[in-house]
Design a protein around this ligand. Structure first.
Ligand code: FBP
Length: 270
């Protein structure tokens, strides 16, 4: 990592990255809860919320929609990705070059790395190429660090997530995006292992307002530097409300109760 390389995609050193590469990674099923989100413009509009420090999308979506939003949205180019139709060992095709991402206006790149996959070696080499090209363009580097593959029994255990965040540091990411390891202590271990590389929590499948805000609060208490989230924002009827709550926790260090009060539409669990 290089100090300051992630400045364009952070605020006060913290990140709230909105991820919207699900049309590739999971397919249209992720748009079912809020069918309007099939239209990328809907999610670009959400990304104009003040809390969002960057929007992560794939090449085709960036090409087609970013020109209209470049004044209001910071682009994080998610360089690689694989569809849910792929049934092989975890792997991810590199779909655009760093040069082309820079041409389209990206301030940072995102790269999935499946440590532990039988394709780990090739993926590390592809990451190296992308990471060094990003340095040439002064772009930040975010690693989606998701250990998985035949040899991995539990891809969200504390030790696996600590290893995931460490891989971010070792391979040169400015930010490592990791799955939530289940507790503040486990997150703290992951953060410690990342050294100066920032660690952000990956959102996961949609939960209630209170449950999600509580998990984010725990991750922040464990030393995380923010969040990279997709479904827990865009699968809500009122994504602005949850972004208000997340903004309170991530940038204002609010409690869960204070975050729930940040927008009247947010609901506490019974
Ligand atoms: P969510 O917040 O919806 O979990 O999105 C984060 C993310 O990393 C996306 O960028 C990506 O599409 C998806 O999760 C991949 O998740 P998985 O590989 O675990 O299905």
């Amino acid at each position: 990592m290089i100090p300051g390389a992630d400045d364009a995609i952070t605020r006060d050193g913290k990140a709230l990255i909105l991820a919207y590469d699900h049309g590739l990674e999971h397919g249209p099923v992720d748009f079912d809860p809020v069918p309007e989100t099939t239209d990328p413009a809907t999610v670009f509009d959400v990304a104009t919320h003040d809390a969002v420090t960057a929007l992560a999308v794939q090449k085709g979506v960036a090409e087609a929609y970013y020109p209209e939003y470049e004044e209001d949205v910071t682009l994080l180019a998610k360089l690689n990705g694989t569809s849910n139709l792929w049934m092989g060992e975890p792997d991810s095709a590199v779909n655009w070059s760093v040069d082309y991402a820079a041409e389209l206006g990206a301030d940072a790149i995102g790269f999935t790395f499946y440590g532990g996959s039988n394709h780990e070696v090739e993926m590390a080499e592809e990451f190296r190429e992308a990471q060094e090209a990003a340095r040439d363009h002064d772009m930040g580097v975010v690693m989606w660090s998701y250990p998985r593959g035949q040899g991995l029994k539990d891809d969200t255990s504390a030790s696996t997530i600590a290893y995931a965040s460490r891989l971010g540091l070792e391979l040169g990411a400015d930010i490592a995006k990791v799955k939530y390891p289940g507790s503040e202590d486990a997150m703290s271990w992951a953060v410690e292992n990342a050294g100066n590389t920032k660690v952000v929590m990956s959102g996961g499948s949609k939960t209630s307002d209170e449950a999600f805000l509580s998990t984010v609060r725990e991750a922040m208490d464990g030393g995380a530097d923010g969040l990279a989230v997709g479904r827990n924002v865009f699968q809500r009827e009122n994504p602005e409300a949850i972004l208000d709550g997340l903004e309170a926790i991530i940038f204002e260090d609010a409690s869960v109760e204070e975050a729930l009060d940040a927008n009247a539409a947010l609901e506490a669990d019974d």
